[in-house]
Design a protein around this ligand. Structure first.
Ligand code: BDR
Ligand code: CA
Length: 344
């Protein structure tokens, strides 16, 4: 695992993009973050939270299939930027299928047929940049070597694509934070696999095998962080474009959790990664090498090696880099931070 000090300067990327909103002045200490995403109701919450956080400078969105097909998640990415008044932020379109298989398909029972809880938003007018997501990821980190955090909220296909086509991306990135996986707890897409990793296990095994500073924010922590029904009501009632959008997007997602988990609230999967960037002290991590199962009924399972990491390590884990695996979280603190940022 590569650990380096974190310089928080603004990343510079100059894509060809139609811009309707001027970029707001960015704090010189804001951390540049590129978000790869499949919006997605909880992706929407995470992105709006990031855009409301002066500590972060969102330098681009790249889109991927997962909660919905890539054309749908791309449209949603633009809707979120419009909502936040940040259409100056470039969007690059990602892959439509996993690197080795076909897309498993959308999950309308969780995120709606439109990926945003059937919010019925108007069609955004903005256009993506010409570069595809893998190229955009590479070019963005290459423009500011060692400065940009790449945060993934969906299947990690675009990042795997970038590693394969532009191997120097591994040295150019500052750090990678992945929402996905399950180290010590069951899956949510299958009994053994978490949804993002299950959507492209081959890509995930590549990404967790690259020698960069990488953190896994998986179900071990995100299923501990519940946003209560009362907090949801406060966010949806907030008199802002964010409150208005989430009031349309959250109800279907909320009823899914009520029906399947029996809770009055929602798990904060993707927003927990933003909380990790803002307040890492709220999380406990373990440095473990990880493999991702690509065969059989546990396909998509993230397997840490909890034992020897030297030459006594089983061959499958030998010479694998360490991954910061989140296993503990101050759930009250994180849920409070999410609510605070979404009601600013
Ligand atoms: C992950 O899967 C998706 O449904 C969510 O957006 C989140 O990224 C949780 O397993
Ligand atoms: Ca997601």
């Amino acid at each position: 695992m590569r650990l380096r000090p974190v310089p928080w300067q603004r990343a510079m990327y100059s894509p060809t993009v139609t811009s309707q909103n001027p970029a707001p002045p960015s704090s010189s200490s804001a951390r540049p973050v590129l978000i790869d995403t499949d919006p997605g109701v909880d992706d929407a919450m995470a992105i709006l939270m990031a855009l409301a956080s002066p500590e972060l400078d969102v330098v681009g969105l790249t889109t991927i299939f997962g909660n919905a097909a890539t054309d749908v998640t791309t449209r949603n990415a633009f809707s979120l930027l419009e909502t936040a008044g940040r259409t100056d932020i470039p969007v690059a379109v990602g892959r439509s299928n996993p690197i080795a298989t076909d897309y498993l398909g959308p999950v309308p029972q969780v995120h709606g047929t439109d990926g945003l809880g059937n919010a019925s938003l108007h069609a955004p007018q903005e256009q993506p940049v010409e570069a595809d997501a893998a190229t955009f990821i590479h070019d963005t980190v290459a423009a500011s070597p060692g400065e940009v955090t790449v945060l993934t909220l969906g299947p990690v296909t675009n990042l795997a694509d970038s590693i394969t086509r532009f191997p120097d991306v591994v040295d150019l990135v500052d750090r990678v934070v992945v929402m996905g996986g399950n180290a010590l707890v069951p899956g949510n897409a299958t009994p053994t696999a978490e949804a993002n990793i299950n959507n492209d296990p081959e890509a995930a095994d590549l990404v967790f095998g690259a020698d960069w500073d990488i953190t896994m924010v998986g179900l071990d922590v995100t299923q501990q962080v519940t946003l209560s029904g009362a907090a949801i009501e406060r966010i949806m009632a907030h008199p802002s474009p964010t409150g208005t959008l989430l009031a349309k997007a959250i109800p279907l997602y909320r009823s899914f959790f009520e029906a399947t988990n029996g809770i009055d609230g929602i798990y904060l999967h993707d927003p927990s990664t933003i909380a990790y960037l803002l307040d890492p002290a709220a999380f406990t991590t373990n440095p473990w090498p990880l493999r991702v199962e690509t065969e059989g009924f546990s396909r998509g399972k993230t397997w840490p090696n909890l034992g020897d990491t030297d030459d006594a390590s089983p061959p499958a884990w030998r010479d694998r880099p360490l991954v910061n695996v989140c296993t503990g979280v101050d759930a009250i603190q994180v849920a409070g931070l999410v609510e605070e940022r979404l009601t600013r």
